[in-house]
Write a protein that binds this ligand. Structure first.
Ligand SMILES: [Zn+2]
Length: 163
């Protein structure tokens, strides 16, 4: 898959982009980048069916790497670091290609299965409830962690209890 992207932060990308495209306003490229990221996390795809390339989409509109560059795979092309972090959490399986009996986990909005270990925030390992056998507690924790994966940001859990 997209393993040959090079990670770039939103700020570094904006700086670099403005240097190369001095006619753009900073506000405009920031807005365009966050729109592209939003659509990626929402699971929207390119017209051809491939996943969006967020960095490229910020500049030219919502499309995938192949449609934008004409190349099959990226080679050190930039992609937003949050997007690459997210891709690492995927197991590689897609809901459309799985047997119904195998479908029993978390999926992101694009339909990719997520690895429960990769999607557990570090803070959880220091929390009393991480090891709870209580059904309600377990499902609360599970939903909370899924939330964190789909809407990344600082992890805040109202039920956190230090071990
Ligand atoms: Zn495409």
């Amino acid at each position: 898959m997209h393993t040959t992207y090079a990670p770039i932060s939103a700020n570094d990308f904006v700086k670099k982009f403005l240097k190369e495209n001095p006619s753009w306003k900073e506000e405009k490229i920031r807005e365009s980048l966050s729109k592209a990221a939003f659509h990626f996390f929402q699971g929207d795809s390119c017209e051809c069916g491939n996943e969006l390339w967020v960095i490229g989409s910020a500049a030219v509109g919502l499309s995938c790497f192949q449609c934008i560059t004409g190349n099959e795979t990226p080679s050190k092309d930039y992609e937003l670091e949050e997007v690459l972090e997210h891709m690492k959490r995927r197991t590689g399986r897609h809901i459309d290609t799985m047997e119904p009996s195998e479908i029993d986990g978390w999926f992101d909005d694009a339909g990719y299965e997520l690895d429960p270990v990769e999607t557990t925030p570090e803070a959880c390992y220091g929390c009393l409830f991480m090891y709870s056998q209580d059904e309600d507690m377990r499902s609360f924790c599970s939903l909370k962690r899924l939330d964190q994966v789909l809407y990344p940001g600082e992890f805040v859990c109202e039920r956190f209890r230090k071990l």
